[in-house]
Design a protein around this ligand. Structure first.
Ligand SMILES: [Zn+2]
Length: 451
């Protein structure tokens, strides 16, 4: 019957079977039956599904922990992700009039419990993936507990579907900054905070004992969130580096502070004016994927003029905010020609040792380790040499010098590994690291080992 009737019958029969199955399951669990929810896609309502990665890293999770409309479950991380998705959806829908990440009600999918002790959360292009944290760099459960981290990650999905900013160098830092700005706004909107009440940080309270500080990043005072936070707050301090996709989590401090200055100058609720101005610049379709700070700054000035008038207080505040951080007064072209300094990387060391660097991740932290090649097993040594051979000449710096386009070794907030051995160097995104090599890298710098 379920398979053979005419189409409408077939659907009805299937629905009935589904309801029967559901009732049986409820009875078996001794729960109080309530009518199952049917949620047709409708603007103004998120469509959330949270999956359980089950501590694995090597496949798409298919075990569902919580679906749209279902009550809270026993898994706290699943509930936090579900609620965070809802708060993010609400800011974009209620303030910006955007129906989900694509504007068309796209489902919001999340995966919790990715890897073991995995110290990160990232947007993989389809799902928001959450590690549990290792309890050392990040508290256990840190990433799902942080609303601005969730807002940050889902904003990467919005950026991907609007400007599509390249995740490298200055466009990458702008990408990171826009994700921080809307992450902060998601939290402020959910808590009903004014610009004075807001803490203007990302990831407050999620750091573990190994990181001394109060948050991942500060939008109001970049470079002060934790010990070793090197974010600049002004263009003159722009950090040229090839670590972390060209310092995307460092140089984002500059546009972050510009947004903070504009929001504070305008007062009240940041999402009402500063947020709408930034959003319009994001979706207006005027910017290319390689837009830098200056192009985006000019777009926000145009956006403020279009929304509030060319001589409005809003337009003036935006222009002044960007001038204060040096973006509109000093074109970034000058910065791009600076000589390389900063990060020396793992490359210029002795040859008997393997040097590992892990950068990127939502925190943009750089961890380094080294090991004598004598201490590697044969399998590990082979895996390292295979990687170095495959990625020969893969250094971003070398490619920049050669005038070629730098590769984008990993997606937003993924880890990037650099291996260096006897003058050979490879830069590789974590999604391309598997097996013996991945186990070795994780043993040396931690995070996300498969079961
Ligand atoms: Zn990010």
């Amino acid at each position: 019957m379920a398979e053979r009737g005419a189409p409408p019958d077939r659907r009805a029969a299937r629905d009935t079977l589904a309801v029967d199955r559901w009732l049986r399951a409820m009875r078996a669990r001794g729960g109080a039956p309530a009518p199952p929810r049917r949620l047709p896609p409708a603007p103004g309502r998120p469509r959330r599904t949270i999956f359980d990665a089950g501590h694995r890293i090597d496949r798409r999770a298919d075990r569902i922990l919580r679906r749209e409309g279902e009550p809270p479950v026993a898994d706290e991380a699943a509930n936090q992700a579900y609620d965070g998705f809802g708060d993010t959806y609400r800011l974009f829908w209620e303030v910006m009039g955007r129906d989900s990440i694509d504007g068309l009600g796209h489902p919001l999918l999340g995966e919790v419990h990715f890897g073991r002790g995995y110290d990160n959360a990232f947007w993989d292009g389809e799902r928001l993936i959450f590690g549990d944290g290792d309890g050392r760099l990040f508290r256990i459960g840190a990433f799902t507990s942080s609303l601005d981290v969730i807002g940050h990650e889902l904003t990467h999905a919005v950026i991907e579907r609007t400007i599509g900013l390249r995740y490298d160098g200055q466009p990458g830092a702008l990408n990171e900054s826009i994700a921080d700005v809307f992450g902060a706004l998601v939290k402020q909107y959910a808590l009903g905070q004014t610009v004075e009440q807001a803490d203007w940080s990302i990831g407050a309270g999620i750091l573990g004992p190994a990181l001394r500080g109060y948050a991942l990043r500060s939008l109001s005072a970049p470079g002060t969130a934790f010990e070793g936070d090197l974010q600049p707050a002004h263009v003159r301090d722009y950090v040229p580096t090839d670590t972390d996709n060209g310092g995307v989590h460092l140089n984002s401090g500059i546009p972050n502070r510009a947004f903070y200055l504009v929001a504070v100058a305008l007062g009240g609720y940041a999402w009402e004016r500063a947020g709408r101005i930034w959003y319009r610049a994001l979706v207006a379709g005027e910017l290319p994927g390689d837009a830098g700070f200056e192009a985006f700054a000019r777009a926000t000035v145009r956006s403020a003029a279009a929304l509030f008038g060319p001589r409005s207080a809003e337009a003036v505040a935006v222009a002044e905010g960007w001038a204060e951080v040096g973006v509109l007064r000093r074109p970034m072209r000058a910065m791009a020609t600076q000589t390389e300094g900063g990060e020396a990387g793992a490359g210029r060391r002795g040859s008997g040792r393997l040097w590992i660097e892990r950068s990127g991740g939502i925190a943009g932290l750089t961890l380094r380790a080294s090991i004598s090649i004598e201490e590697l097993t044969d399998r590990e040594r082979r895996a390292v040499r295979r990687c170095l051979a495959a990625e020969a000449g893969g250094s971003l710096r070398h490619r920049r010098r050669a005038g070629g386009a730098p590769p984008s070794p990993a997606g937003p907030d993924r880890f990037v590994y650099r291996l260096s051995l006897g003058g050979q160097e490879a830069v590789v995104g974590e999604d391309r690291v598997r097996g013996d090599l991945r186990r070795l890298l994780e043993r040396l710098v931690g995070g996300g080992a498969p079961p």
